[in-house]
Design a protein around this ligand. Structure first.
Ligand SMILES: Cc1ncc(COP(=O)(O)O)c(C=O)c1O
Length: 354
């Protein structure tokens, strides 16, 4: 395998670092997607995914980025009216997607850096008649983590579907997918895979809604996808087979570490980066709601992130996102990175900033 010699270790919130073994796993001979070999590959992926997530809900893997499934959630889960909780760039994106799909969208707007709280959600749900609620569990733009266990009962009480974006947390943070009707994620974050695959779990209620949904289109018809996945153990269209080879190998690795082990490793990395950030800068996220996969740091010293990245040479961190692009920067600690890796990056930054 010939790879370029320039390798920057990525501490950006996706794509994340992909281990060499996984890069190699993609380079298998091609197989047809209507044969037993593929059914075994894809069926195996779904089994391993469910095992890792400790669920018997419906699950599937799309050849798409996460945004595709954000749109799928709306097209399959909402006929008319949705409540979008907005507290950052990606939750705002979901509201815009819903509007662009022609849905009636109400927003529960929360200051960036703060979390969605059950009281505010309850107040909003009491007034409107919503079919679904969208929540970004890990707002990658602000480093804020939602407490799903507090939000889910409120949504359930009002009979709405709970649609949850865990794009930058599933596979790292501890997520009880059973709390939501749809949980979606991308391959290039905590799954430590290249971009190109999107993962989701669905409840029976979401599947029923999808079966009846009008105007859901064809590629993101979730009911059809689940029928193929659970029946033939195939996907309706030609999938990114090379990426699936990689996903199958990575899921074996994830199962060995276990969900609890991965979560603990992410917490350790997060604690290190947070304490470094507090000592040198300040945290953007509301205390108690900090993400375990990405830390958003207030750029109190006005450092130039692109200059810093040039000096970091073989490592790279991320600038801010959206309207806080210049006033914050982000260090991701997700995927297969270790405490040693994040210690190295903060030490290197210290060296450059001295
Ligand atoms: C929270 C969140 N949601 C959605 C997305 C979009 O995912 P994708 O780039 O896979 O479409 C991102 C990407 O960074 C994200 O962080």
């Amino acid at each position: 395998m010939v790879r370029s010699e320039t390798h920057k270790k990525l501490f950006i919130p996706g794509p994340t670092e992909v281990r060499e073994e996984i890069l190699d796993a993609q380079a298998q001979w091609m197989i047809g997607h209507r044969g037993k070999e593929f059914s075994d590959l894809y069926g195996g992926i779904i089994e391993k995914l469910k095992k890792y997530l400790n669920t018997d809900m419906h699950a599937c893997v799309y050849t798409s980025s996460g945004t595709g499934l954000m749109e799928a959630a709306i097209r399959n889960g909402v006929d008319r009216k949705v409540l979008c909780c907005v507290n950052g760039a990606f939750s705002e994106r979901w509201a815009k997607i819903a509007e662009s799909c022609g849905k009636e969208v109400d927003k529960l707007e929360i200051e960036w850096g703060k979390a969605v709280k059950p009281e505010a959600l309850e107040e909003k749900l009491e007034k409107g008649n919503y079919e679904a609620v969208t929540v970004v569990q890990n707002e990658t733009s602000t480093g804020v983590r939602a407490r799903l266990e507090e939000l889910a009962p409120v949504v359930k009480k009002h009979g709405a579907l709970l649609l949850v974006d865990t794009v930058s947390s599933l596979g790292g943070d501890k997520i009880d997918v059973g709390l939501a009707d749809m949980v979606l994620a991308s391959s290039q974050k905590c799954f430590a895979l290249p971009p190109g695959l999107a993962i989701c779990t669905l409840s029976d209620a979401m599947l029923e809604k999808s079966k009846r949904a009008k105007g859901k289109g064809s590629y993101f018809d979730l009911a059809n996808m689940i029928e193929y996945t659970e029946g033939k153990r195939q996907t309706p269209e030609t999938p990114a087979i090379s990426l699936m080879f990689a996903m199958s190998a990575e899921l074996d690795y994830m199962l060995k570490e276990g969900a609890e082990g991965r979560y603990r490793r992410h917490v350790e990395m997060a604690e290190h980066v947070r304490s470094w950030a507090k000592k040198n800068f300040a945290l953007f996220a509301e205390p108690g709601y900090e993400s375990v996969t990405v830390t958003c740091v207030k750029n109190t010293k006005n450092i130039n992130v692109s200059d810093l990245n040039k000096k970091l040479k073989e490592m790279s961190i991320s600038d801010g996102y959206g309207k806080i692009k210049d006033s914050t920067f982000r260090i991701a600690h997700m995927g297969d990175l270790t405490l040693k890796d994040v210690r190295e990056v903060t030490a290197k930054i210290d060296g450059v900033l001295q």
